[in-house]
Design a protein around this ligand. Structure first.
Ligand code: FAE
Length: 539
């Protein structure tokens, strides 16, 4: 495989820079990084490259790092921003309580997952901008996704959960569990910096009072309570609590980015990627087409400005193309390319097997003696595991409003049989998804197996003011899109797309709709497994 590349300004740019790792501020990394965003090298029109990775989330980062370590020059193409430059307030990311233009991907009004409080709508107007959180609306479901270098790791809660081994057959039925649990899950956990909160600190920290109330209620109803691992730096959070460092988790930062303590991909895989000196990252570049060409594939992309306007169109030739645009991004691209004749040999499985990981949200109204605290860490670290008995794994989630709400809030992951399909809508020129809101009833029933019992035991009721007026269940959304190019169906058992040599799917699109827990550790581990095989056999 050739190992040459060209960049707009002739530099390898970010790849030559040294980035600090660990728990220090991203602002510090920027200062060391030196180059302003405008000076950053991006892929050049007409470049000829050995490997092109579409997307820079978990799967994209694993793919780029391992290819680069194997000696291959890699170009990562990312539609979102770099998120390495502070805004006017001196911070890179906006706070959850004060959303601004940085918060949403090309929207003029916020679309907050919890749309109401005490029944009142809380969304507000914002300038249209290439912000960090995309609330992508399909018929019947809003799919939340991260946009930027680092993908979903920029916006997620950092809950880093390995599925219980006895349920792995439900997750990836064609993958050998021994290799995952002996090699790839440990590798993913190690690279991502996954750790557990110190139970002694959990028991005393003011900011986890809400989670201790959740534990008490779960245990009094006989449900197993579990600590949920996370990628947050717990030492940093202790310092936040002590008031000795700028607050992040304790300032309610989560959905629109986390300025300090969370070990997103910006602090784990991405510094290692840059240290190889072999990877160029092009933010604000959106891939629109991949077609066979001599030497591999012609990949066409739009370069965007921060209003979302296309300011240039580039076409490059890539010997190998790795789809890591996330479940929705990869599925939309593949369905469009198959249907419009660009990649007609993709098989009939493309676009199928999409699920929402059974996500459903709910709040409970506690009694006055069960205050959940006005200071709540935005980083969840506790859950109720009723998967075996009721098909639900419920996280005790924060409501970091800064005031006492007397509410317990939960995001449940549930066993659900419903799977939707992406299809090309030629008249509208877009990809549709066949999801039906009514399919969430299975998830609600599974979640009720926990919360009806807790409410009966505690003499409490559901909150009806968080998702509308008199609406109990947050059944309109998912944070965990999975599937659309399922492993061993649309691809072989390692992500090689059927019908085309040199095209690979690496991301959450491979997983058929459910991981039984939060998905990013499984996405990372699967990408580690697949790229190891691909490097060994295909390069
Ligand atoms: P992902 O991380 O989404 O990366 C795909 C990247 O591709 C994105 O950066 C896109 O902007 C980019 N892209 C898409 N289309 C294109 C294109 N055409 N051209 C160029 N670039 C493109 O994919 N999971 C957990 O395990 N624990 C949690 O606590 C958790 N909390 C979450 C909270 C929120 C609010 C959200 C939205 C998600 C959460 N997730 C959580 C889900 C998790 O972030 C998600 O499963 C992974 O990020 C998916 O990883 P992928 O590599 O598949």
């Amino acid at each position: 495989m050739a190992r040459t590349m060209r960049c707009d300004n002739g530099l390898k740019g970010p790849s030559r820079r040294t980035f600090i790792t660990g728990t220090s501020s991203i602002l510090g990394a920027v200062a060391l990084g030196g180059l302003s965003p405008g000076a950053r090298a991006t892929i050049a029109d007409a470049a000829v490259v050995p490997a092109l990775v579409i997307g820079s989330g978990y799967a994209g980062c694993v793919t780029a790092l391992r290819l680069a370590q194997a000696g291959v020059d890699v170009h990562m193409i990312e539609m979102g921003m770099a998120w390495d430059t502070p805004g006017a307030d001196g911070k890179i990311f906006a706070n959850t309580t004060t959303p601004d233009q940085r918060s949403y991907w090309l929207r003029t009004r916020t679309k907050q997952p919890l749309s109401n409080f005490l029944g009142f709508p809380i969304d507000k107007d914002i300038p249209r901008y290439t912000g960090i959180l995309d609330a992508e609306e399909f018929s019947g479901i809003t799919v939340y996704q991260g946009r930027g270098v680092g993908g979903g790791s920029l916006v997620n809660g950092g809950m880093a959960v390995t599925p219980r081994r006895e349920f792995f057959g439900e997750v990836l039925p064609t993958v050998n569990p021994d290799e995952m649990y002996d090699v790839y899950y440990p590798r993913a956990n190690s690279e991502l910096g996954v750790t557990m909160i110190d139970p002694a600190w959990f028991d005393t920290a003011e900011c986890y009072q809400y989670a201790r109330v959740g534990r008490k209620h779960a245990q009094r109803s006989g449900f197993p309570f579990v600590y949920v691992p996370n990628v947050y730096d717990w030492d940093y959070m202790r310092q936040e609590a002590a008031g000795s460092v700028p607050r992040s988790a304790l300032a309610g930062e989560i959905l629109y980015g986390n300025n300090y303590g969370k070990k997103s991909l910006q602090k784990t895989y991405l510094p290692k990627i840059r240290a190889t000196g072999r990877v160029t990252i092009s933010p604000l570049h959106r891939v629109t087409s991949v077609v066979p060409a001599s030497g591999g594939y012609t990949v066409t992309m739009e370069q965007l400005d921060t209003t979302g306007t296309t300011i240039a169109t580039k076409s490059v030739t890539a010997a190998k193309v790795f789809f890591a645009a996330g479940s929705v991004g990869t599925s939309k691209l593949l369905v469009k390319l198959k249907s419009t004749g660009a990649l007609p040999n993709l098989n009939g499985e493309v676009g199928k097997g999409w699920g929402d990981n059974g996500n459903v949200m709910v709040g409970r109204a506690n009694h006055m003696w069960d205050a959940t605290g006005s200071l709540q860490s935005s980083i969840p670290t506790a859950g109720i595991d009723n998967w075996a008995a009721g098909g639900a794994f419920a996280e005790v989630a924060p409501l970091p409003t800064g005031i006492e709400t007397y509410a317990s809030f939960y995001l449940s992951i549930t066993r659900t049989p419903s799977r939707a399909e992406f299809s090309w809508n030629a008249a509208a020129g877009r990809v549709d998804l066949s999801w039906q809101t009514a399919w969430k009833q299975t998830s609600i029933t599974a979640a009720k197996s926990i919360f009806d019992k807790i409410n009966a035991k505690e003499g409490t009721i559901y909150r009806t003011d968080l998702f509308g007026v008199y609406k109990t269940w947050g059944d309109h959304l998912t944070y965990h899109p999975l599937g659309g190019a399922v492993l061993n169906k649309a691809t072989d058992n390692y992500g090689r797309l059927h019908g085309y040599t040199g095209l690979y799917v690496m991301d959450g699109a491979l997983i058929p709709g459910l991981t039984t827990v939060n998905p990013f550790v499984t996405i990372t581990a699967l990408a580690e497994r697949n790229i190891e095989k691909i490097i060994a056999t295909d390069l």
